[in-house]
Design a protein. Structure first.
Ligand code: 9MR
Length: 346
């Protein structure tokens, strides 16, 4: 955070062991290196609003209090998503799909309740998450099917009304894929035409060692910057392990069966791979620093390798190495590469 203090915020997604301070080593690491945080899971609908008349704010409150205690910029993730949303949300209580009016009323109630509770304390919200398909069309989610295309307009309107000063973002993965990026640009333009102000784009940036091409990472930042949006890199990590099908997706519904050759670094990361990771992080941060005028924040999806969702996706129980700190919370060569990118940009 010091190295990039004139450029953008540096963040991490946190889990409960971190923000409830059970993991003291990681609390020290978070305080030292990061100035913004995102809740990895505790603000998702199924956690914070598990039943129609039941909100469960315990962990979300602890998350926000932790951020305030350390003086961090606190981000909310996420209000409207097709995933991690209980079935009842989309049903009428009698086994049939909810009507448009019922679902809109639920959406309004959810957004107002959650956003109002943290008004002035959560500085920015991922309002809608992952609404697009890879070809740039709108995902056929229950939100779209039941409400129609204006569900996005409504979600942003409700969030704006609940906290007029919070920054509001549209968040998605694989925006480096040009077809999907064009879809996101079209979506932002439509929202604008409908009178909705979107403050920023959340480009998740779940990448691999070789793909996407660094030029596509750069084009993504400039495309959204040119639209007048703040670019937030919201979920950065670098996948180190092979996959059966190179689908290039971060879609959580995608799963693959396990096998030993797909877990090659269970005993440790060889130096050559460690250097490859450092090289990749170096080129990524060279692009980020070049376009620092467009970027508000760069958030890693986790603190240390052991915490990462990539140990369990798309294959469970693997040993992955996607972040800057190892399983013992020690800095990796990739951290030096990131710091070098900051120095080279001076
Ligand atoms: O890292 C998160 C993992 O712990 C959860 O099981 C999963 C499903 O809720 O979500 C992961 O985070 C996702 C994020 O919320 C949205 N973009 C993709 C992330 C990785 O799947």
């Amino acid at each position: 955070k010091e190295a990039f203090k004139d450029k953008f915020l540096i963040g991490a997604a946190l889990n409960p062991a971190q923000f409830t301070e059970q993991n003291a080593t990681q609390v020290t690491l978070i305080a030292r290196h990061f100035n913004t945080i995102t809740p990895e899971n505790v603000m998702k609908w199924e956690k914070i609003h598990p039943a129609p008349d039941q909100f469960d704010f315990d962990l979300a409150d602890r998350y926000v209090e932790f951020g305030e205690k350390l003086g961090l910029v606190v981000i909310g993730h996420t209000l409207i998503w097709h995933s991690q949303t209980p079935r009842w949300v989309f049903e009428d209580g009698k086994g049939s799909p909810a009507s448009r009016d019922l679902l809109l009323a639920r959406m309004s109630n959810h957004i107002h309740t959650v956003v109002s509770r943290y008004k002035g304390r959560v500085q920015g919200w991922d309002v809608v998450n992952e609404a697009l398909n890879e070809d740039g069309s709108l995902r056929q989610s229950p939100w779209l099917k039941i409400i129609g295309e204006d569900y996005l307009v409504k979600a942003f309107e409700f969030a704006r009304a609940a906290d007029p000063k919070a920054e509001l973002y549209y968040n998605d993965f694989s925006l480096e894929n040009s077809a999907k990026r064009q879809g996101a640009i079209a979506l932002i333009k439509k929202l604008k035409a409908a009178g909705v102000k979107v403050d920023g784009i959340g480009t998740q940036t779940h990448v691999r060692l070789q793909t996407p091409a660094i030029q596509d990472v750069e084009d993504t930042i400039t495309a959204f910057g040119d639209l007048g949006l703040k670019v937030m890199v919201t979920e950065l990590d670098v996948e180190m392990l092979p996959r059966r099908a190179n689908s290039g997706t971060a879609d959580i519904s995608h799963r693959e069966a396990s096998s030993p050759e797909l877990n090659p670094y269970a005993a440790g990361l060889p130096d050559s791979a460690q250097q490859e990771l450092a090289r990749r992080y170096g080129e990524i941060f060279a692009v980020f620093t070049k376009h620092a005028d467009k970027i508000g924040r760069v958030t890693f999806w986790g603190v240390s390798d052991g915490d990462s969702w990539l140990n369990d996706w798309p294959i469970r129980g693997r040993t992955n190495y996607p972040l800057l700190f190892d399983r013992n919370n020690r800095p990796k060569p990739a951290l030096d590469a990131v710091l070098n990118a900051a120095r080279n940009a001076q």
